[in-house]
Design a protein around this ligand. Structure first.
Ligand code: FES
Ligand SMILES: [Fe+2]
Length: 368
């Protein structure tokens, strides 16, 4: 019998459970994670013309993505520089300028203050210091990302392998008309619980019967960690989706096309998932709404070659898998809240490898 030394036991421990339950850590994550990492904003297609805007979140902080008159995309905190009111109420839309509802300050689409009522009567007022607070924006293929730190390295330097993989895999979606199906799942679990669920398929054989019918899930995923980038896919044996294509026909994989999903995950919360074939892309992010709640936001993107019938089947399939993960994550959270155990015991080096990768980065960013 192998006797574990304390050092070996430490190596396989998960992060302490208080990081999934205690509001003080959720609060600390706002600065240490959500304003210190690249966050997915939206697709270029979702800001189609000058004046298009969309509200998104960095953690729990709202920001506005806006396409300017010059067609450049900019991002601002959704906070008025006058007395701090939330600036834009609508979730999305198209406007010539952004006006605060409280006292009517109006900002150009580039964030400059255009006019503040009565500014001419207040000689001490300094309009040049009253612009919207801007964040950094990066565009990779058809995707737009934002970062709360204006001095942060661009994703092409912070995660070069990931940026390159996205550029290459998303080429066919650039400048094309695509159908985007948006999904929001509200989950009563800490955001990391759901992310960790997404980074392993150990739970698949007994929780995703439909998925397991078409994709062998009895082996560990293949992980390729590279800094903030984690690429993973399924093993290269078994019938895989090519077999499913014969059974259900909905992915319509042609010879030479991708047979299995390939996920390119960017730490901490974004996954770019190319589905089998060449016409379907799934973008997912998980964002906290509280210490023990989050939203699981997904975009299913389809190229025109995917027929209406295929699209309906693929959406039903993807929704089914996601809706099976939600109650699992909520049950996981309830167990963590029981405060019976201080930490988990990971199956390493293979099965929980993705979970460990995520937690190692978490320790670094949180300094724990
Ligand atoms: S708080 Fe926005 S105009 Fe006063
Ligand atoms: Fe799952």
């Amino acid at each position: 019998m192998q006797v574990r030394t304390p050092a070996a036991a430490d190596a396989v421990r998960s992060i302490p459970y208080e990081f999934f339950t205690d509001p003080k850590w959720a609060m600390a994550e706002e600065a240490r994670i959500w304003r210190s990492t690249w966050q997915f904003g939206c697709l270029q297609h979702e800001l189609p013309s000058a004046g298009s805007f969309l509200k998104v979140h960095l953690g729990r902080t709202e920001v506005i993505l806006v396409r300017g008159q010059d067609h450049a995309v900019r991002c601002f905190y959704n906070v008025c520089p006058h007395r701090g009111t939330e600036l834009v109420d609508d979730a999305e839309g198209c406007r010539r300028s952004l006006q605060c509802r409280y006292h009517g300050w109006t900002f150009r689409l580039d964030g400059q203050l255009q006019h503040a009522p009565r500014q001419e009567h207040n000689e001490e007022f300094r309009p040049e210091g009253a612009n919207l607070v801007q964040l950094q924006v990066a565009e990779i293929g058809p995707l737009i990302f934002v970062h709360g730190d204006p001095t942060a390295l661009p994703p092409q330097l912070a995660a070069p392998g990931w940026a390159q993989a996205i550029e290459e895999s998303s080429k066919s979606f650039c400048g094309r008309e695509i159908a985007i199906v948006h999904r929001l799942f509200e989950v009563q679990a800490n955001w990391k619980v759901l992310i960790e669920n997404n980074l392993e398929c150990y739970h698949c054989p007994i929780n995703h019967p439909t998925y397991t019918r078409v994709q062998p899930t009895n082996k560990d995923l293949m992980y390729y960690p590279d800094g903030l980038h984690l690429r993973f896919t399924f093993v290269d044996d078994g019938p895989g989706y090519a077999e499913q294509n014969k059974i259900d026909g909905f992915y319509q994989i042609k010879p030479g096309e991708r047979q299995r999903p390939m996920v390119n995950f960017l730490w901490p919360n974004f996954s770019f998932n190319m589905q089998p074939g060449d016409g379907v892309l799934v973008l997912s992010s998980v964002l906290p709404t509280g210490p023990q709640s989050c939203v699981y936001e997904r975009r299913y993107c389809f190229l025109p070659q995917v027929s209406d019938g295929q699209r309906t089947d693929i959406i039903a399939f993807l929704d089914q898998v996601a809706s099976e993960d939600v109650p699992l994550s909520e049950a996981n959270q309830r167990g963590l809240n029981a405060q019976v155990l201080p930490h988990g015991n990971l199956m390493l080096p293979w099965t929980d490898r993705g979970v460990k990768w995520h937690e190692d980065h978490y320790r670094q960013y949180m300094g724990c």
